[in-house]
Design a protein around this ligand. Sequence first.
Ligand code: S3P
Length: 172
Amino acid sequence: MKKIYLIGFMGSGKSAIGRRLSFLLKIPYYDMDQEIVKKIGMSIPEIFAKYGEAFFRQQEHEFLKTLRDEWCIVSTGGGVAVNPSNTKVMRQTGLVLFLDATFADIWKRIHRDVNRPIVQASTREDLEALYTTRKRFYKAATHITIRTQGRSLRQITEYAAFQVNRLKSNNK
Ligand code: S3P
């Protein structure tokens, strides 16, 4: 068990927690979306517009399969854990943490975000339906669920670090 994957819906705090957790545990951090943006040389909306969502999904899978074997934190995109072959790779190579945020909190954070093509193309109702559908996948993929409502970034990070350290020492 080497990698620590953060999964959850858009706006659940995966990148914010990932960065903090990496700092706290002193291990490298990868933001999957940013790695894909770097590799393709385009923003996420540009990738979706030019090559389509299926291409982006392939890039996500490719990233997971080729990430080097080291202790690190990976914040995934909101669609990653929906694909069973991604979930399989994540569970085989690390510990999966699901950031479980309420839809109301998520909506507040993402509804104006022009950098998220799925938000741009959806109504609030569409997104809530997607949230409900995906939640089942996140729950099935995760080792640990972390509820974020009413907790600060610092509290969530410390709880995540506690869980990681606990599982790490069990694994020795
Ligand atoms: C997506 C979530 C985004 C990004 C892309 C698609 C999704 O990542 O990968 O816009 O399908 O939920 P975040 O969860 O980091 O916003």
